[in-house]
Design a protein around this ligand. Structure first.
Ligand SMILES: *Cc1c(COP(=O)(O)O)cnc(C)c1O
Length: 362
């Protein structure tokens, strides 16, 4: 049987061994005699599991003790509201960095609650490649502000590797599609958040890593379920969490730790992306429009020079076991999402297919 590779942007590929483990233990989770989707979130076995999951996550991301880890509801979009609701009591006029689709969405949601400042940092090179201005040129307003940005624009395939340092300003990052793909220095951020369905697990929980002193600014008029302070006090169990997603996330954290942590993961991701971009550079049949400094390691986007062949490419790719390659409708073209769980074999299979397709239709 043909191996299937899932290049979907999210929900995305999960490690095969984890899926098999879930299947094996599904009906009798952790010797509880009940399935993981029936067990109480307040049972001692599950609480124990969440503590271990948190410990593993702290270990792999090197999260300092003065940061709290919350597992929230509502996906990354829920956080687009939660961030201003929890911070604008103190930081009245936030700055929103615009690097693409998701960062702009976060800005638009924030406008419901405050008067944010939008800063466009996207530019074009002479060869029509998109790049992001370096952080020192981000013109943020200076008073009472936090700075929100998105280090990986999932739709366009634009990644910002430079870690923002802006005069002690509180940095808030939407890490949905790059979390756990490389090392980051948590201390540089006030809040990091990420939905689960890219590198963490199934949709249903949302990770928030928040510096403890920021908890005090939450706005008590906001919905309780978005109130970081209440979520922290209840250990993310203010109401019923998605037990299943939390469980799979815990398995993913353990998987990363056992592989050798983010050192290993980052090396492997760098190699995977390099192989694919190098191939893209070697042909005129396909073209990527992102400047090399900002080429995403997680979402590799490209267009066929003969645009009319795009759908055919996607359809035939599926017949070759390569799924989820259609680009987002806003940008068109092809997008290969190559998250942590995508093996290098998947990249090689994709390149072999691209060569075959070019030969046949080029
Ligand atoms: C996927 C994604 C989102 C949206 O996540 P939801 O959980 O569907 O709300 C937001 N931001 C980024 C960067 C994403 O990749």
């Amino acid at each position: 049987m043909l191996d299937i590779y899932n290049f979907n942007p999210g929900p995305a590929i999960l490690p095969k061994e984890i899926l098999l483990e879930i299947k094996k233990n599904f009906l009798n989770w952790n010797d509880s005699k009940s399935s993981i989707v029936e067990i109480s979130h307040r049972s001692s076995k599950f609480i124990k599991f969440t503590l271990k999951a948190e410990k593993d996550l702290r270990n792999i991301l090197n999260i300092p003790e003065n940061y709290r880890i919350l597992f929230c509801h509502g996906g990354a979009r829920g956080q687009f509201s939660a961030i201003p609701l929890n911070l604008t009591k103190k930081f009245i006029q936030p700055n929103y960095i615009n690097s693409g689709y998701w960062s702009l969405c976060a800005f638009q949601e924030a406008k419901k609650y405050c008067n944010p400042n939008l800063i466009n940092v996207r530019r074009l090179t002479k060869d029509n490649q998109v790049y992001i201005k370096s952080v020192q040129h981000w013109k943020v307003s200076s008073k009472n502000t936090y700075v929100h940005y998105c280090p990986n624009e999932t739709i366009e395939g634009i990644e910002i590797f430079e870690e923002p340092v802006l005069n002690n300003k509180i940095i808030v990052g939407d890490f949905s599609s790059t979390i756990l793909s490389r090392k980051i220095n948590i201390k540089k951020y006030g809040i990091i958040y990420a939905c689960a369905q890219k590198n963490i697990g199934p949709a249903g929980i949302t990770l928030v890593i928040i510096r403890e002193d920021l908890l005090q600014f939450s706005n008590h008029q906001s919905p309780s379920i978005l109130d970081y302070n209440l979520l922290a006090q209840s250990n993310s169990m203010l109401n019923t969490p998605s037990v299943f997603s939390w469980y799979v996330a815990g398995l993913v954290f353990r998987w990363i730790k056992n592989l050798g942590g983010l050192d290993f993961i980052e090396k492997s991701n760098t190699k995977k992306a390099q192989i694919l971009y190098k191939y893209l550079n070697s042909t005129n049949f396909y073209k990527n429009y992102i400047s090399p400094v900002n080429q995403s390691r997680m979402n590799v986007t490209f267009h066929l020079q003969k645009k009319e062949l795009t759908n055919l490419f996607v359809n035939i790719a599926e017949k070759h076991g390569l799924y989820g390659l259609k680009g987002h409708s806003l940008v068109g073209g092809i997008r290969a999402s190559i998250y942590n769980a995508m093996p290098i074999k998947g990249i090689k299979r994709l390149i072999d297919f691209m060569k075959y397709f070019e030969k046949k239709f080029g």
